[in-house]
Design a protein around this ligand. Sequence first.
Ligand SMILES: Cc1cc2nc3c(=O)[nH]c(=O)nc-3n(C[C@H](O)[C@H](O)[C@H](O)COP(=O)(O)OP(=O)(O)OC[C@H]3O[C@@H](n4cnc5c(N)ncnc54)[C@H](O)[C@@H]3O)c2cc1C
Length: 434
Amino acid sequence: MNIILHWFTTDLRLHDMPSLRSAKDANALLPVYVIDPQSEGDTMHGFQRIGPIRKTFTLQTVYALKEHLQARGSDLLIIEGPSEIVIPELVDIYGVDSIHVELPFASEEVKRISKVKSNIAIPIHHFESRTLFREHELPFTLDQLPDMFTEFRKLIEKSCGYAIQSCDDSPLPPLPIALKKHSLQNKMQEIENSWITDPRAAFKAIGGELEGLKRLQYYLADTHAISTYKETRNGLIGDRYSSKFSPWLALGALSAKRIIESVNTYEQLFTANESTYWMKFELLWREFFQWTLKKHGDAFFRAEGIRGKKQLVNHDSQKIENWRLGNTPDRFVNANMKELLHTGFMSNRGRQNVASYFVHNLQQDWRIGAAWFESQLIDYDVASNWGNWMYVAGVGNDPRQDRVFNTKKQAEMYDPDGAFQDLWLYDHMAKNER
Ligand SMILES: Cc1cc2nc3c(=O)[nH]c(=O)nc-3n(C[C@H](O)[C@H](O)[C@H](O)COP(=O)(O)OP(=O)(O)OC[C@H]3O[C@@H](n4cnc5c(N)ncnc54)[C@H](O)[C@@H]3O)c2cc1C
């Protein structure tokens, strides 16, 4: 018997999954998802590490995967407990021979997996399912990864370009294992149904692979919104100004490779223009931050970032709370922060402005801002979030050290009639904010 335990982490899908396909010779495959209390709880800043909206979106995604696997005659064990305890227990109960898991990029995940490793005697195989390229496909070694995005992009475009190796979507191996009764309960959590999408939300975010694939279809062939993306991408209202792929990408419910493949097909069938190129360009930003995190590790979470540059901070709990809740003296910042609070999403333009305001106007520690985003964003991605925050704080990959957003000017430029600010600030709850 060859039994493989597939430990799902941020690869919550069945398409483009080399780890599942490489298990095709196994006699049995045991799919597992662990809700690890160590990655939840409160931050040292007095708010939850995973807020309710992000939690709901994650659970929707996990349960959608369970249903998808059940439809293929398999199942997903959803277990709550410290990974280093529950995974070894499952290995014993099922007589597992090896474990397949996504290659982790952040140190916390690396440490979690090594703790599991030290409690078992079977091999763990890692799979690179998060990025467009595997490490050996990059045109440089990781220690030579450029610290500037433009240099990275040029090297990638010159060598591999966007004609990436296509996703392997050959049929899945049978998933025949019968789940045994055991003390680790198959966690059935009530998904918070009371959370109803705010009617002002830019788009309806429902977790799960099929919803992610639907969104891809919607943005490309259904609406052709992609063909004007370069002109609309700085928008603030509505579901078409940008792709909104990020929530599904973050949990791996949609693969980055699948998006590039679909954009390439769209270009062949319909049109190839600056906008279709720009979507691939933006996905390269995502790729850049993933590899930058892998290269720099813990420096991503230090005040001085990867530049080793000290930041001036002036800790003020009241200012931090006002920013978090959208009660600062700046209407544009407030509107964006309320959007985040009520929906778990914010546009890229909004993120740049509120982060710059937090760091440069309020002079607070950028890591607290990043932690708040981590708590709230349904598209929270460790590399993209901490990498972008470092960038804005001037301790990351920005070649310019003096970039500060003038939020008043930005509001005039991107919200000239104030429609976005009115949407989030002028409601029955908050008339007095006008
Ligand atoms: C302070 C700050 C924090 C951020 N935190 C996150 C985060 O936790 N998770 C996250 O996915 N993105 C993050 N971003 C990047 C960006 O804002 C979002 O990816 C984007 O707004 C998501 O919306 P979209 O899918 O409609 O993007 P689109 O404009 O349609 O772009 C398509 C895809 O390209 C990628 N992308 C675009 N811009 C960036 C960027 N600057 N950095 C990395 N990838 C990018 C994303 O995967 C995105 O889904 C952050 C940006 C800032 C300034």
